[in-house]
Write a protein that binds this ligand. Sequence first.
Ligand code: PLP
Length: 486
Amino acid sequence: MEHEQHTMSALSNFRSNLTLQFSLITNLENSIYKVKLALLSPSFPLCGTHNRSAHTTDNSIMPLKTSTSTMLDSETVPAVRPRKIRAAKAAMRITNPLRDIVDQLKVPANPPKPLISLSIGDPTVFGNLPTADNIIERLVENAQTGKYNGYCHSTGYEAARAAVARTHSTSRSPLTPSDIFLTSGCSGALEIAISAVADEGSNLLIPAPGFTLYAVVCDYKNVEKRFYQCKAENNWEADLEHMESLIDDKTAAILVNNPGNPTGAVYSEKHLRDILALAERYGLPIIADEIYEGIIFKGHSFHALGDLSDNVPILTVGGLAKNYLLPGWRLGWVIAHDRHDVLSEVKIGLLKLTQVILGACTLIQSVVEEALLNTPDTYSQQLTATLETHASFLNEKLEKIGGLQPVTPGGAMYLMFGIDLQRFGCKTDIDFSKKLLEEEMVLVLPGTLFQAPGFVRLVTCPPLDKLEEACERIKLFCERHDTKTK
Ligand SMILES: Cc1ncc(COP(=O)(O)O)c(C=O)c1O
């Protein structure tokens, strides 16, 4: 009996304890809801459910029910759905001007003619410029061995780096595989080269006109981009006075692109030496984008900055995309030309940066040696001859159209022409390109995209019959809009 009573009282104590704990838990839950609701309320400084600041990093859950009173009164746990996740600021800083501008160039719903696109620097799209057979054969063989399916050193296979070092060494600037960093395309090379020398808040001097990616990487890295002018009337040479005026104590490097995109300009040895002298005076390294090094027309010579430089450290970037017509294979490189051993820390930085994504595709790396050392010279000669014929053809045709001023390229795969905009009743080069597309279905890229307003860029890769047809249509368009002859 006594035992029973004791058990009953123990049970009753247990129940009241349970009730107490339950009510504590309920109160606690209510308090949590109240705090959550306060945080989620539009009046809370950071967190209105629909007007949250883009800068908040709070990713807490959001109640499905919108009526606060129902929620507070209810003891049931409300269903929740995840709050919209904000993108990181660095990602959102990236704006690809190509997209912004090309989106304005819409192909009409009922196109009057088939499209001829002279817009994208991908030499493979028309199928008239195949890559070298030996590279394809080696790729197939290598794939079948199964030896190139694994990871490799993050800077790349030794054999591939040795091939880049060998083909880019000169007696004045000898290189070893440790000077080479293989990357995913030349774009990857540009990203790590810029990242290795330019801190957030520093500035980088980049060419105008210039390849759009330079500015994109600067924006992503929070590096200030400072455009130095390159003038059409001077074969697109850099205006050195202007370049010098942009330098200050936060300047990290000068980026030089030779041969140039979008200009097709090939710089003289003298001009390159003048740039080197300026960089040396200010103790600045140069990032030399020489991806078009192999496409040089008659009457021009290519001079690698790494070879010319005595005292200026040079990070040269290049790759397989253009010289070997393999843009989709995404194989690029950074070469550190460092005669005075002043880039040792930067090279450690480059190594660390390659470790982020563990280097370039190993199967593609396995053919770098074959491409660079065994491709017959005739392959490159033929490619250059074809692109030179195309460039001269375009130059000749466009020169004859009143109101257009083509600038003869010395290499690469582009040609720019200036437009007498007023004469054609166009406000901008974007306007010109837009009307040309709508009326004649010829797609060219407005110079504004490359910091060259008043110009457009053509790609010289398509077959001659396409280029001829394009010129014919550009002529028709210009004649139709020419206010001088009306
Ligand atoms: C001047 C220049 N640099 C770099 C690149 C990027 O090359 P990749 O396709 O190897 O990334 C391009 C591509 O068009 C280019 O024109």
